[in-house]
Design a protein around this ligand. Structure first.
Ligand code: 3PG
Length: 209
């Protein structure tokens, strides 16, 4: 299958990666991100309520673009798009997963952390990808080193990135946005502290310049 048109990297400077345990948190959390100025969310398929959360946000918070994260099988890719996901993010990529993602027809960021994985994604016709786990895999210096030989590959680094370290990635020519859980970490979600989520989102938006 051909890759879908549309850029994920240009949606937001910081993509909030979210794990939802309680379905009731999904909509207020999405509204808090919007209040802070962020118009995209990556909802991870790590909990039993994830697909319902994607459905709820898609229906009730149309101001935000909802993507599915932690997509690790072709079946999950199809199910996420069936629930309304507008884009897909995976932590890594295998040929079968890449095919399954492309078959859905929505834009995607397949996960990469090696040069060969980057080449595999480029061969599939995609130029946007996730770099994961970013900090542990070499961080900003690693991505800077890829920009020379592979300038067409553009990244959303995720994994171990913070509000403080994000600018070192965002300043690179091959980084379109960064991702992370620091905008809505588990303790803040559990406390239902939506004002805090909105504050963190606003601080992240300011990184976009
Ligand atoms: C991901 O799925 O991208 C990671 O879980 C990001 O998590 P972190 O921002 O907490 O490192």
């Amino acid at each position: 299958p051909e890759p879908a048109a549309g850029s994920v990297l240009s949606l937001v400077p910081v993509l909030p990666v979210v794990v939802i345990d309680e379905l009731a948190a999904a909509v207020p959390l999405a509204r808090a991100l919007v209040a802070g100025g962020l118009s995209a969310i990556e909802l991870t398929l790590r909990t039993p309520v994830a697909l319902d959360a994607i459905r709820a946000i898609t229906t009730e918070v149309p101001e935000i673009t909802v993507g599915a994260g932690t997509v690790v099988t072709p079946a999950q890719a199809a199910a996420a798009v069936g629930a309304g996901a507008a884009f897909l993010v995976s932590p890594g990529c295998t040929p079968a997963l890449l095919d399954g993602i492309l078959a859905t027809g929505v834009p995607a960021l397949p996960g990469t952390s090696t040069v060969s994985e980057v080449l595999t994604v480029l061969e599939a016709g995609l130029t946007e990808m996730k770099f994961f786990p970013a900090a542990a895999s070499g961080g900003a210096p690693y991505l800077r080193a890829l920009a020379g030989p592979l300038p067409q590959a553009r990244f959303c680094p995720t994994g171990g990135i913070t509000q403080e370290s994000a600018p070192s990635y965002l300043g690179l020519p091959n980084v379109g946005c960064v991702g992370g859980t620091w905008l809505a970490p588990a303790d803040v979600i559990a406390a239902g502290d939506w004002d805090e989520v909105a504050r963190r989102a606003a601080a992240a938006v300011s990184l976009g310049g």
